[in-house]
Design a protein around this ligand. Structure first.
Ligand code: ATP
Ligand code: MG
Length: 504
């Protein structure tokens, strides 16, 4: 297998530039896809999440643009606005020619601005189907000089009611264009449909699905009998202690409710779904990427393509309707060679869904018990010990020694150390989280009462769900006009509700 960008037919200047942004070796989809695309073939590119499909289709396009001309020569379609922005940004990063303009077009942003940017001339356009059609209809986007067209997340684009839009857009492009479809998933039926739009396509399938996500550890917690999901979530999050996480839910309302609950409990969390306006969505993604928000509670609009560096956890608070969505969701972690953890929280009756997951990946999902208070305390103490070990060898520790000497005149050194540890522990685990029975789901209710650290196992009596818990549960049922009704039966009728969420 090729192991260098130089062997793929890219220009030396591009290879040098790629090395400068940390792209030293091509990934498998890149080493197999780039030569095919450069030689003009239509391509169906299948490779697992986070393995660099964006560069696989972007680099050949960038190499082949005629910068002397200002007309649109390549079009990339994506299912969501954020993905259009992200792909556009990636292409800009790979670009080495200042004359080459790449423009993203999507709903929720002023069409006037996009029209004037296109008027100034853009050789590459990345956009969502709805806005692309709108711009074509207004005469602002002309596709008759298109030589390359890519559908990113192609199965989603052909599945979700985008198909008529895609067909319409294709009808404006020249027949002799090169067309490429990329995704991490592609059911045979969709692939057959795809071949309708491609000419003798070369299919590149990198590693069967079974070995994909090998770097993602998949675990599941089964909600104990008599418990509700919101109640089980509290100890699970305490145990998992995610550095950064996307918590997936099925409906916008559950996203809003759960976010409120997490925020009232003092967690750094925010919501991300189709009810937010475009600038709210963009701002949140930016804050998440900059680590200003640790956890994002999202519907499936965040499941495809979105890249956040070093995302430690994907949590399926609610499982999606189909396996492909599961694959894309958990693929937000364990990207670009990193490790990741995918946690599913399931009701006992949902366990069969995980059997299907296990079959798909050819790998067992590890079942964990909802942790007890004692286990959580032990985990936090373990973490504290690690932190102390790190602090002991740090330079700053010396500046605290005079205080220790002073205190040592009054107290035993071990007592002083223990007191300091207790203070650190209390800061890491705010008092309101240290409840004996995980009643913490009623975050908003009572004033937090200080409680002692419980190092012994506590019994976990089943608690009547509170009003807020009941409301959260009802919302999952009532408001299933979700962004994620992905089941076959709902596909066609779901077009209108999805359009506002995903389409632009
Ligand atoms: N050759 C490479 N060397 C180093 N980093 C790379 C390389 N190719 C891609 N990456 C990085 O890997 C990450 C994931 O890439 P990308 O978003 O293209 O994945 P993907 O295959 O499209 O995943 P998804 O199926 O989720 O859309 C990005 O941060 C990208 O910059
Ligand atoms: Mg992608």
């Amino acid at each position: 297998m090729t192991s260098s960008f130089a062997d793929l037919g890219l220009s030396p200047a591009r290879i040098k530039h790629l090395a400068g942004i940390g792209f030293h070796e091509p990934t498998a989809i890149q080493s197999q896809g780039i030569p095919q695309l450069l030689s003009g073939h239509d391509v169906v590119g299948l490779a697992q999440t986070g393995t660099g499909k964006t560069a696989a289709f972007s680099l050949p396009i960038l190499e082949q643009i005629n910068v002397a001309n200002r007309y649109v020569q390549a079009l990339v379609l994506t299912p969501t606005r954020e993905l259009a922005m992200q792909v556009c940004q990636a292409m800009q990063e790979f670009n080495i020619d200042r004359r080459l303009r790449i423009t993203s077009v999507y709903g929720g942003q002023s069409i006037g601005q996009q029209l004037s940017r296109l008027k100034r001339g853009s050789q590459i356009v990345v956009g969502t189907p709805g806005r692309v059609i709108d711009l074509i209809d207004r005469g602002g986007l002309v596709l008759d000089q298109i030589s390359a067209m890519v559908l990113d997340e192609a199965d989603e684009m052909l599945n979700m009611g985008f198909i008529q839009d895609v067909e319409k857009i294709l009808s404006y492009t020249p027949d002799e264009r090169q067309t490429a479809f990329f995704s991490a998933t592609m059911e045979p039926a969709i692939q057959k449909l795809a071949t309708r739009f491609l000419k003798s396509p070369v299919t590149i399938s990198v590693e069967p699905q079974k070995t994909s996500t090998a770097r993602i550890k998949q675990v599941a917690y089964v909600v104990p009998t008599g418990w509700t999901k919101p109640r089980a979530l509290v100890p699970i999050l305490e145990m998992e202690d995610p550095e950064s996480a996307i918590i997936f839910v099925r409906t916008r309302r559950t996203a809003a409710d759960l976010t409120r609950q997490l925020q009232s409990a003092g967690h750094s969390a925010d919501e991300y779904h189709g009810d937010l306006n475009q600038s709210q969505r963009e701002r949140l993604l930016q804050r998440f990427r900059q680590r200003q928000v640790r956890w994002v509670v999202a519907t499936d609009i965040a499941a495809r393509g979105i890249h956040v560096d070093d995302l430690s956890h994907v949590i399926n608070y609610e499982l999606p309707d189909n396996l492909d969505s599961y694959v894309h969701r958990i693929g937000r972690t364990g990207r670009a060679g990193k490790e990741g953890r995918a946690v599913s929280i399931v009701m006992p009756l949902e366990k069969y869904k995980l059997t299907r997951v296990e079959k798909r990946f050819g790998k067992k999902v590890e079942y964990c018990k909802v942790p007890t208070q004692a286990q959580i305390a032990a985990r936090h103490l373990e973490k504290l010990q690690t932190q102390v070990r790190e602090a002991v060898t740090s330079e700053r520790v010396a500046s605290f020694l005079p205080i220790v000497s002073q205190l040592a005149e009054e107290y035993d050194i071990r007592t002083i150390a223990a007191a300091a540890l207790q203070m650190a522990y209390d800061q890491a685990r705010p008092v309101h989280l240290r409840t004996e029975d995980y009643g913490g789901v009623d975050y908003g209710q009572a004033e937090p009462k200080p409680k002692p650290i419980l190092l012994s196992d506590s019994s976990l009596p089943a608690k009547q769900p509170s009003a807020s818990v009941k409301a959260a549960e009802n919302s999952e049922i009532e408001n299933h006009d979700s962004d994620s009704s992905y089941s076959d039966s709902s596909r066609s009728k779901d077009r209108s509700s999805r359009s506002s969420a995903v389409k632009s």
